[in-house]
Design a protein around this ligand. Sequence first.
Ligand code: ACM
Ligand code: ZN
Length: 735
Amino acid sequence: MNRTKILISILLVIGSFTNILAQDIIPLPKSYTSNGDVFQLTPDAKILYSGELEAMAEYLEETLSPATGWDFDVAQAKSASSNSILISLDKSKNIDKEGYQLSVTKQSVEIIGADAAGVFNGIQTLLQMLPSEIYSNQRQKNVEWIIDGAVIEDAPLYPWRGVMLDVSRYFYGKDYVLHLIDMMGMYKMNVLHLHLIDDSGWRLEIKKYPKLTSVGAWRGEGHERTGGYYTQEDIKEIVAYAALRNVEVIPEIEIPAHTLAAVAAYPWLSCTEEEHVVPLQHFISRDLYCVGKESTFEFLEDVFKETFELFPSKYLHVGGDEARYDRWRECEHCQARKKELGLESEKELQVYFTNRIQRMAAKHGKTIVGWDEIIERGLDDKAVGMVWHAPEKAISGTKDGHDVVMALTGHCYFDVAESKIPGEVKAATWLKPISLEKVYALNPMIEGLDEKYRPQVLGAHVTLWSDQFIHGTILQEIAPINENRSEKYMDYLTFPRLSALAEVCWTPKDLQSWNDFENRMSTHYRRLDEADFGYRVPQPKLVSKNKVNDGLEIVLENVVAGAEIRYSIDGVAPNVYSQVYSKPFVVEKLSQFQAITVVNRNQYSLPLHFPEKYDKFKKYGEMVAEWAPNKIQGKEFADFEMNATGKINKNGTYELAFWFTNGQHRLEIELVEVFKNGNKIAEDDHPAFTGGNSKNNIYTFEINDYETGAAFTIKAKVRGDVGNDSYGAVFIKKQ
Ligand code: ACM
Ligand code: ZN
């Protein structure tokens, strides 16, 4: 790889590290050739641009000015002069769409794109070549704004590099949307899909149907009322802001399910025409739009008309997922429609619905995008299938002539936490954690896809669902976030995973390397800090655990440049004041140490910890909690509390098993209670014990109202039988 990596002066001292100057560009460019020069940005540097790029030149000036504290002259020019940054378009150079050439010499910087998008992307690379402080919106003194000389040629691997924000379940104000566009732009992501409508809220002003927002955008009463919506002026501002940053904004007007907010506003949209309120809890309503009544189509035609005037994108996302047909089966209008069309199933009615919507969209020159359900079922015309839960749909869909975008639940659902470490952010739990490495492992050209369909695989797409923020309030205290806001949580869920997905979508496959990415990423956390983008601080890495005479020698690696590792070996969770890791240490067994990455006093990671595995008790499920003499009383029964969030993760019957592992005295149990968000929802009340022998030590309870994002705790009443010298663990299993 013709890429040099120069790390100058990383001072490993918190708060005082400056000038991280690294060619740690993410996503990694196609080619990077160092020329040994250095360009120094000074107050008298000029920003020059060719004809069409005035707005981009202003953007560059506004981007460089706050941190440097300098106002740069901006002028039109045909070629670079000494001490200038020139941005220009050159269609003769055979640069791919969105691609650019960037050259940095001692005299000047030149960015040439085939289009404005390419120039924007070149500017992002240039920013990553400057010291990280360039992202700050405050003047930074004592920074030398130097850029290593190089020639870069670059263009994206995939044309679609997307992010979906669910603004329905939780309403993100306009400012957060602009913030997300900035986060995307930094990593050359180019599609923002707004999930504007769902059961829990309608977020787009439609002038012809004011109740969509006066009713459908709000839930709850009095001081508990939450919600909001984007006015048409807000949308115009978002779209324009995004356009300059090479982000195309695609609206999702979901049909036929996930539409209760619209039904609450206008009950005649549904089959039953019953009154509803916008729900306070997350669930998927069975009240779909009625496909039998023409009024549904007239309504949607009107909604689309206003929508298309706001969103210039050639795409309309129509959802299409998770429709359950109970209402259609019971509706005289829907059944009459089915009969008249000679259809055999309600599934076919949905295809009819989608086809009509597709024709409406086509009249306005729009192509429909939908969740993979829509391409499964045969459409009249080509669509884009967003493949989420069934990868094989990408294979059948491309064969049927559709384009596909990969939003696979195993890699792209960033509303799922990165780990199961206790204390991890409260996130969707219906899927396994998606680590940074798992995101990086995505290949949108999934196995089984024929190479000849490659052009139909447009790229990949992150989903940021908000089910877990539905209440709009604090769900869980997380010290590393230190502020109880859904927006902060969303940043935490987004970075660093967005950086990984960006590279998956951009960098040639043969240049993608997890280890190399992780190294480059280490200097990006500082950039994210400067830009005021939140992120999840990664845990330190265990490099080795070699056997030595008196135990295991633990070698750790810090993966955040400028941060430090702190650790403990006494069984107490480490904190920002624990011992600093400066050299390998020895422990008796692996479970003995815990280590965290500390960026600063308010930003640190969850612990790297390898708890006892309890292989012997595997068949009783996952460990929920351990007890030791300090956690239980002697004689008196007292509460023993366990955090079961993420372990209770769907409805069903659960078994909770107490197992003694060590000590003089057995543990007695008399009651187990289960709480959801602090409210008791189940119990099993019977006496039991575990010790040298065990009796009735398995408790059973039912979960009927599982809710994404809810906190589950279990409290047991326990005591040490005579003495409290007992050790053991509790396991949970769904039957
Ligand atoms: C989806 O997650 N229902 C597309
Ligand atoms: Zn109906």
